[in-house]
Design a protein. Structure first.
Length: 306
C-alpha cells in the first residue's frame, strides 16, 4: 500500500469511529426511542456493506472500479425496472440493459474517450426510442419508453460519471472526495434531522427529511471538505466550498427524486439488496444525482480530463 492508500483508509476509519461515538452518546441519551435507535444503527452498519466494494477497487485498479460501478448501475436499473413494472416486458428491459452497457463502453476506454462518453447516451436513448417503431406497437409505449429512457440515462450515464471521474487526473482523490462527502451528508443530515428537526423539507415525499437536517448535513459536509482538502490541493477554497455544497444539496435532491418515484408507485423501499437496510437505489440515490454535477463542476474549472 502506498501513502495515499493509507491516508484514505485512515480518514475512513476516523470518520466511522467519530460517528460511532456520536451514535453511542445518542443511544445513551435516547434509550426510550427504540424505533429511532434501530433505524439509526441500521443506517450506520449498512455502510459496512457499501464502503469495501467501492474503496478497495478505487485504490487498487481503475478497470476493476469501472466494473464495480457498471454492476451497480445494472442493479439500479434492475430495481428501477422492477418497482416501475417495466420488467414485465422482458425484451424491452433487455434492450435497456444493452443501452446502459453502450454508455459504459467509453468509461472502460479511459479519459481519451471523453467525447464518446458525452455522445453515447444519445445513441443509447435513440435505441430505446426505436423499440416501439421496430415492434410496430403503440399501446403503453409512451410509458415504457419514458421509463426506459429515464432508467438508462439516470442510472447509466449519471452514475457512470463516478468511474469516469476515476479515469481523470487525480481521479482516486476526487472520487474519494465525492463518495466520502456524499456519505457524510447522508449520515449527518439524518442525525441532524432526528435530533434537531422540526420543519419538514418535503412532507409529501419524505416526512423524515427536515430543513434543519439538511442544513446540518450542508454544514458538516463543508466542514469535512476542509479536513480533506490536502487530497486535492489544486482546488481553491471557494471552489472547495461550492463543490461540497453541490454534493450536499445534490445528495438531498437525489434522495427526494427516488422518493417521489417510490411515492408515486406506492412503495416504501426499493428492494433488499443490502441486508436489513434495503435496496441499491436507497443507498446510491444521492450519488447518482450528485456525480455528474460534481464531475462537470470540477472539470469546467480544472480540466481534469485533459
Amino acid at each position: 500500500m502506498d501513502d495515499l492508500d493509507n491516508v484514505i483508509l485512515l480518514i475512513i476509519s476516523i470518520i466511522m469511529v467519530c460517528f460511532l461515538m456520536l451514535l453511542l452518546m445518542i443511544t445513551v441519551t435516547r434509550r426510550g426511542d427504540k424505533k429511532f435507535l434501530k433505524s439509526m444503527w441500521v443506517n450506520y452498519f449498512s455502510w459496512f456493506f457499501i464502503i469495501p466494494p467501492i474503496i478497495f477497487p478505487l485504490l487498487y485498479s481503475r478497470l476493476f472500479f469501472v466494473v464495480v460501478f457498471h454492476v451497480i448501475s445494472l442493479l439500479c436499473l434492475r430495481e428501477f425496472s422492477r418497482i416501475t413494472g417495466l420488467w414485465h416486458d422482458k425484451k424491452y428491459t433487455i434492450v435497456c440493459y444493452v443501452a446502459l452497457c453502450i454508455i459504459y463502453w467509453p468509461v472502460y476506454l479511459g479519459k481519451s474517450a471523453y467525447g464518446a462518453f458525452q455522445a453515447f447516451p444519445i445513441f443509447a436513448i435513440t435505441a430505446v426510442l426505436l423499440i416501439p417503431v421496430m415492434r410496430d406497437e403503440y399501446m403503453h409505449m409512451v410509458q415504457k419508453t419514458s421509463l426506459g429512457m429515464l432508467g438508462v440515462a439516470y442510472f447509466g450515464w449519471f452514475l457512470a460519471h463516478v468511474p469516469f471521474l476515476r479515469n481523470s487526473n487525480n481521479g482516486v482523490e476526487l472520487v474519494f472526495f465525492l463518495v466520502l462527502l456524499a456519505a457524510v451528508n447522508n449520515a449527518s443530515g439524518y442525525l441532524g434531522g432526528a435530533l434537531l428537526g422540526k420543519r419538514k423539507l418535503a412532507p409529501h415525499l419524505r416526512p423524515d427529511r427536515t430543513i434543519e437536517g439538511a442544513l446540518v448535513g450542508l454544514i458538516v459536509t463543508i466542514g469535512i471538505s476542509f479536513g480533506i482538502k490536502f487530497l486535492i490541493p489544486f482546488v481553491s477554497v471557494i471552489h472547495l466550498v461550492l463543490a461540497a455544497a453541490i454534493i450536499s444539496v445534490g445528495g438531498t435532491a437525489g434522495d427526494l427524486v427516488i422518493s417521489f418515484i417510490k411515492r408515486d408507485i406506492g412503495i416504501k423501499g426499493a428492494g433488499e439488496a443490502i441486508p436489513v437496510y434495503g435496496g441499491i437505489l436507497d443507498r446510491f440515490d444521492s450519488l447518482v444525482f450528485t456525480a455528474p454535477l460534481f464531475f462537470h463542476f470540477i472539470n469546467n474549472f480544472y480540466g481534469i480530463i485533459h
